[in-house]
Design a protein around this ligand. Structure first.
Ligand code: R5P
Length: 312
């Protein structure tokens, strides 16, 4: 059975990088809108009898990219694809994993159902906001991690006074993984979220005075979490030499402005989402294409992918 790479419009350069490493190309698709804005998705080539890997992170604009993903899945299914895998390097709606206030939708669960209904038999995702999301899927979820790839890139920035910082309690497990890989101790920031873009720091656990912080998180969205953590760390006596390492760079709203005001040495992120547009931030983008290409090659022939799997 031939393997085929299909991609929506969310991150064409990552899909091309993956295809290149697999010595193939991204299959042609037609994505357009009717005058009333309805999406129309069509495959430009045959996928009949093929093992199809559909690469599409569901980053901003989240709903459009999600619709492209499920429409292309439906097109593949109806066009006779033999096996269909969604490769979703960044999974939008993962933060909606429960009802925090009541009378709310649980977006993470609903989107998981949508992917199964669209015809996917397996999902590949990277550093989901919460590992519990696996339980939302009735189809297999291969949860990979970008942590080793990012830690590798951040290694040259580690000094004898570096401390790995979890900017909130949810990032503690992630910080433990970086701490193991980079051999530095951990500190934890106690954050409270006031709204989608506002956060407040209530305290810091661990020794940070005189240290150079390496703040690690699964994603940078508005940058509010990083900004609040960085300001609290500086207030607690940290050196103004901050490194940020995050799997997913959404960088929405006032992220660029907020982060530009901080004494940042480097921001190391993956290309799960398209690289940020030109700005003056010291961003280093590390590609996930090699890991994804290797994963697809192994899945295609039924080989183990344990080396890339998240164990959070
Ligand atoms: C929250 O728990 C996440 O791990 C991130 O810290 C958060 O989503 C980042 O969002 P923002 O950059 O808007 O603070």
């Amino acid at each position: 059975m031939e393997s085929i790479i299909v991609a929506g419009s969310a991150n064409p350069s990552l899909a091309e990088g993956v295809a290149e490493r697999l010595a193939t190309r991204v299959s042609r698709v037609i994505l357009d809108r009717f005058p009333d804005s309805e999406l129309h998705a069509e495959l430009g080539e045959s996928v009949r009898g093929c093992d199809v890997y559909l690469i599409q992170p569901t980053g901003p604009p989240v709903d459009s990219h999600l619709m492209e993903l499920i429409f292309l899945a439906d097109a593949c299914r109806r066009a006779g694809a033999e096996r269909l895998t969604a490769v979703v390097p960044y999974y939008g709606y993962a933060r909606q994993d429960r009802r925090a206030k009541g009378r709310e939708a649980v977006g993470g669960r609903l989107t998981a159902d949508m992917l199964s209904l669209a015809g996917f038999e397996r999902i590949v995702a990277i550093d989901l906001h919460t590992v519990a999301l696996e339980g939302f899927f009735s189809i297999p979820l291969e949860h990979l991690s970008a942590v080793s790839v990012l830690a590798n890139a951040a290694e040259e920035l580690v000094t004898a006074n570096s401390v790995i910082v979890a900017p909130d309690l949810g990032a503690v497990k992630l910080a433990e993984r970086y701490s193991e890989l980079l051999h530095r101790p951990i500190a934890i920031v106690h954050k409270a979220r006031l709204s989608g873009a506002e956060v407040e720091v209530r305290g810091i656990v661990g020794n940070v005075a005189g240290c150079a912080p390496i703040i690690v998180d699964d994603m940078i969205s508005t940058g509010g979490t990083i900004k609040a953590a960085a300001e609290a760390l500086i207030g607690a006596g940290c050196l103004p030499e901050i490194t940020v390492v995050a799997s997913h760079a959404l960088l929405v709203g006032s992220a660029i402005t907020s982060l530009s005001a901080l004494p940042l040495k480097r921001i190391v992120v993956s290309d799960s989402l398209p690289p940020p547009k030109r700005n003056r931030l010291p961003v280093q983008v590390v590609s996930l294409a090699p890991m994804l290409a290797d994963t697809i090659a192994r899945l295609h022939v039924g080989e183990s992918i344990t080396a890339f799997v998240s164990h959070r």
